[in-house]
Design a protein around this ligand. Structure first.
Ligand code: CP
Length: 340
C-alpha cells in the first residue's frame, strides 16, 4: 500500500484524504472538473446505505454546512458531532488519564469507525508545543485507529478540502495555469494555524502556477512544506519563490490570496508573537495592493478591514463566495471518489 509521509509523524493511509498533494495533479484536476460539473447540474453519484461521520473539535461554518449538504446530495446517513457534544479527548499515547480528559482518541476513533464508512475530522493545533503540533496528532491518531478512510477537515498542517475547492474556483474563473499567484500573509490580532497557507501554496504549485509566497521576515512556513511545494512545482511546470517586498511581489499578479498565520519562531508564546506582529498592521490587502484585473481570494472567515479592505473583498475581483460555494461541490466530488 502506498503511504503519505509528512513532517514528524507516522505515515497516513492514502485511502482517505489527509492532504490534497497525496493525489497526483491529474487526479486533482479530475476532482476539480467533477466539482465544476456538479456545480453546473450534473447528477451526484448517490451512495444510499453508506454513512459519513463529521467530528468538529473546533468551530466551523462553511466546512460544516457544506459537508452536511454534500451528504444529503449523496443520500448518505450522517453522524454529526462537535467538540461541545463529545468527551474531552486525550491524544497522547500511553497517557495516564487522571486529568480532565475522559476518553482516549484511539477508543473514540475505533468506535466511530464501526458506525460510518468515512470519517471527517477537524482538529486545529493546540498551539502550545510546536513539535507536538507538527505531528498532527489527532488526524494521524484517527487515521491509525478508525479502520475507515479519514477526511481532513482542517488540521495543524493541511486543509485539503479548501485547497480542492480553490483549484476548482481558479478553473471556473479561467485563471491560466502559468498565472502569477501570490499568497500574501496578512496581519491578524491572534496567531493562526498554517493549514490553509500550507495547502494553498502546495495547491498552486501543483496546479503549475508561478507562485510567490509573500510575508514579512519571521513568518516563514515550515521548511518541509516549502520543499514539498518546490517539488510539486517542479513536477507540474510551476515555480515557487519567497518575497518580503509587497510592491515587487504583487506587480503583475493575477491572483492575490490573503491569509494570516502565526510565526513558527514564537509558537506557543503569545506575548512574543504579539510583539513580533506589532509593526505589521499595515499588512492588509487594500486596493493599493490589487493589480488591475487581479482576482482576490480568501478561505473565509475573514476579518474585514484588518486582513482585507471592504473595497477589495466587495469589489469586482473578489471570488471569495465562489470559493465557499465550491466547498460543497469539491467535497461532493471527493466523497464520490472515496466511497466508490
Ligand atoms: N474555510 C473554512 O474552512 O471555513 P470554516 O472554518 O467556516 O469551516
Amino acid at each position: 500500500m502506498n503511504t503519505t509521509q509528512t513532517l514528524n509523524g507516522p505515515a497516513v493511509s492514502p485511502d482517505g484524504c489527509y492532504k490534497l498533494s497525496q493525489f497526483e495533479a491529474q487526479v486533482c484536476q479530475e476532482l476539480a472538473q467533477r466539482a465544476t460539473a456538479l456545480k453546473n447540474g450534473a447528477a451526484p453519484q448517490t451512495k444510499p446505505g453508506k454513512a459519513l461521520g463529521l467530528l468538529f473539535l473546533n468551530p466551523s461554518l462553511r466546512t460544516s454546512a457544506s459537508f452536511q449538504r454534500a451528504a444529503a446530495r449523496l443520500q448518505l446517513e450522517l453522524v454529526n458531532l462537535n467538540g461541545q457534544g463529545v468527551w474531552a479527548m486525550e491524544s497522547q499515547e500511553g497517557a495516564v488519564m487522571d486529568g480532565n480528559k475522559a476518553e482516549h482518541m484511539k477508543d473514540a476513533a475505533a468506535v466511530l469507525g464501526r458506525f460510518v464508512d468515512v470519517l471527517a475530522i477537524r482538529a486545529f493545533p493546540a498551539g502550545e508545543d510546536l513539535e507536538s503540533d507538527l505531528t498532527d496528532p489527532v488526524l494521524r491518531g484517527f487515521a491509525k485507529h478508525a479502520g475507515v478512510p479519514i477526511i481532513n477537515m482542517e488540521s495543524t498542517l493541511w486543509h485539503p478540502c479548501q485547497a480542492l475547492a480553490d483549484w476548482a474556483t481558479l478553473d471556473q474563473h479561467q485563471v491560466p495555469k502559468p498565472a502569477k499567484f501570490v499568497l500574501t500573509w496578512a496581519w491578524h490580532p491572534i496567531p493562526l494555524p498554517h493549514a490553509v497557507a500550507n495547502s494553498t501554496v502546495c495547491m498552486a504549485a501543483q496546479r503549475g502556477m508561478e507562485v510567490v509566497l509573500l510575508h514579512p521576515r519571521g513568518y516563514h512556513l515550515h521548511p518541509e512544506i516549502l520543499a514539498e511545494a518546490d517539488a510539486l512545482a517542479e513536477s507540474n511546470g510551476g515555480t515557487v519563490r519567497i518575497s518580503h517586498d509587497r510592491e515587487e511581489a504583487l506587480e503583475g499578479a493575477q491572483v492575490i490570496y490573503a491569509k494570516s498565520w502565526g510565526s513558527l519562531d514564537t509558537w506557543g508564546d503569545s506575548a512574543a508573537e504579539t510583539a513580533q506582529r506589532a509593526n505589521l498592521r499595515d499588512w492588509c490587502v487594500t486596493s493599493k495592493y490589487m493589480p488591475q484585473g487581479a482576482k482576490f481570494m480568501h478561505c473565509l472567515p475573514v476579518r474585514r478591514n484588518v486582513v482585507v479592505s471592504d473595497e477589495v473583498i466587495d469589489g469586482p475581483g473578489s471570488i471569495v463566495i465562489d470559493q465557499a460555494e465550491n466547498r460543497l461541490h469539491a467535497q461532493t466530488a471527493l466523497l464520490e471518489k472515496l466511497l466508490s
